[in-house]
Ligand binder design. Structure first.
Ligand code: HEM
Length: 431
């Protein structure tokens, strides 16, 4: 669907065929990002990977993400962090069980996700430091500002409204505070380093590059800050909200939960720590996670922008057309998904369809050149957490509520999670 949002052309893509044309056939032509007021302010004039226009700088930064920070070898090396943090999550849940208190999984998943990213990025838990807490508050504020599309965004001559209603002032303040905190985090890291001295975190790698004079290897301070900002902005809410949806669907479908618990407990017999190899054997777990990504992609719209004129199915697409790929609608398209409104992990059991960017009917991480570089990290963290929760606990809803009574209302935002917190109770712990 080709639209005009104010003065800006926009193309909304709701079918897998067109998504394939955008992200495969014409990937290079559509590898841009729309220039948005809030993103320009908060992400250092859009010099971070998430927002950079496609080009030489983007390619260099992308290779830092893929080869230095988030390569599959490095993601595997984070297994011990994942094991530690999911172990702590288990302890918190056990404490709720002992005191017969309900468990707020929404809050717990948000803390877990923040702590995992913090330890990988900064070598320590951000949520426990003063700057860290402020940074998390600011990220929340920034996300609110991103979602608040203003008229001035699409009708430039109405930009004065943003001055009048305080939006520009709020952005200026958020930009200033974010930069101050980024400086404080870097300073703090230079003074103390991470708690886990044996492991290199993203900040160590980036600071080495910042201090290096090797051509093609060094980066400037703004780039360093942009990378850290991207890792937190891209990696925390997305994973936390996915976990919330996985557990929601498992609570709503006790037969699926039982089958999953059986698989995990069979594979883990007598063992506590879950390894990468154990996860590879958990086929039903992978199917449950794929089905959750199909039904509840945390980024329901994926933003690209055209870089040149393209003729798409007979339509002329102008340069700088905003392209919105509606992954939510594509995941529920009956052309690809029989009974799309049914949560049915079995549909993935004898199927090669995956979310790694080759199957355009399942695009939670996007596809093509700009596919999410955090895919392996996120998938591993989500698999690890869900496996642990299935291994250790039996679950129920509070006050005898039945699974089908649990709501699936969504709270719209940059990422889409549950509207209401997910509150559950543990009925049995396996020590
Ligand atoms: C469930 C978790 C996650 C989901 C669903 C997700 C989804 C996405 C999507 C849809 C995109 C846009 C792809 C495109 O434009 O085609 C993206 C880009 C990105 N993601 Fe993720 N993401 C997740 C986790 C992460 C993590 C853990 C990190 C970092 C540690 C991360 C960092 C990024 C970055 C930097 C980009 C921009 C890439 C570029 O423009 O070249 N994401 N993500």
């Amino acid at each position: 669907m080709l639209l005009k949002l104010g003065s800006k052309p926009a193309l909304v893509v709701s079918s897998a065929e067109i998504a394939k044309k955008i992200m495969k056939t014409h990937d290079l032509s559509f590898a841009g990002r729309p220039v948005l007021i809030a993103q320009k302010k908060i992400f250092y004039d859009m010099t971070d990977l998430l927002n950079l226009p496609y080009g030489e700088k983007w390619r260099k930064l992308r290779s830092i993400f893929m080869q230095q920070l988030l390569s599959s070898t490095r993601v595997k090396s984070f297994n011990s962090i994942m094991e530690d943090e999911t172990g702590l999550l288990v302890e918190k849940i056990e404490a709720c069980f002992m005191s017969s208190s309900p468990v707020n999984l929404t809050d717990m998943f948000m803390s877990l996700s923040n702590d995992l990213i913090s330890r990988a990025a900064l070598g320590k838990k951000h949520s426990e430091t003063e700057h860290g807490k402020k940074f998390l508050e600011l990220l929340n504020e920034a996300v609110g500002l991103f979602y608040n599309f203003t008229l001035g965004e699409f009708v430039p001559w109405l930009g004065w409204i943003n001055r009048l209603n305080g939006y520009n002032a709020a952005l200026d303040k958020c930009e200033e505070k974010t930069d101050e905190i980024m400086d404080a985090i870097i300073e703090d890291h230079l003074n103390s380093g991470g708690d886990d001295k044996s492991k290199e975190c993203f900040m160590d790698i980036l600071l080495d590059m910042y201090k290096s004079n090797t051509p093609g290897f060094s980066i400037d301070l703004i780039t360093l800050k942009g990378v850290i900002l991207d890792v937190f902005a891209g990696g925390t809410e997305t994973s936390a909200k996915t976990l919330g949806w996985v557990m929601t669907e498992l609570m709503r479908h006790p037969e699926v939960m039982k089958k999953l618990q059986y698989e995990v407990r069979e594979i883990m017999q007598g063992k506590y720590n879950i390894t990468h190899d154990d996860l590879q054997k958990m086929h039903y777990l992978k199917a449950v996670i794929k089905e959750t990504f199909r039904y509840h992609p945390p980024l329901t719209m994926n933003f690209h922008s055209s870089r040149e004129y393209v003729n798409l199915l007979g339509y002329d697409i102008e340069p700088e057309t905003m392209v919105l790929i509606n992954t939510w609608a594509i995941g529920r398209d009956p052309t690809y998904w029989p009974e799309p409104e049914k949560f049915m992990p079995e549909r993935f059991l004898n199927s090669s369809v995956d979310f790694r960017g080759f199957d355009f009917q399942l695009l939670p991480f996007g596809a093509g050149r700009r596919i999410c570089p955090g895919l392996e990290f996120a998938a591993s963290a989500i698999e690890h957490t869900v496996a642990k929760l299935m291994q250790k606990f039996d679950w129920a809803l509070p006050n005898g509520m039945k699974g089908e009574e649990l709501d699936v209302m969504e709270k719209p935002g940059v990422t889409t999670g549950r509207k209401n917190p997910l509150i559950v109770v543990v009925t049995k712990c396996y020590f």
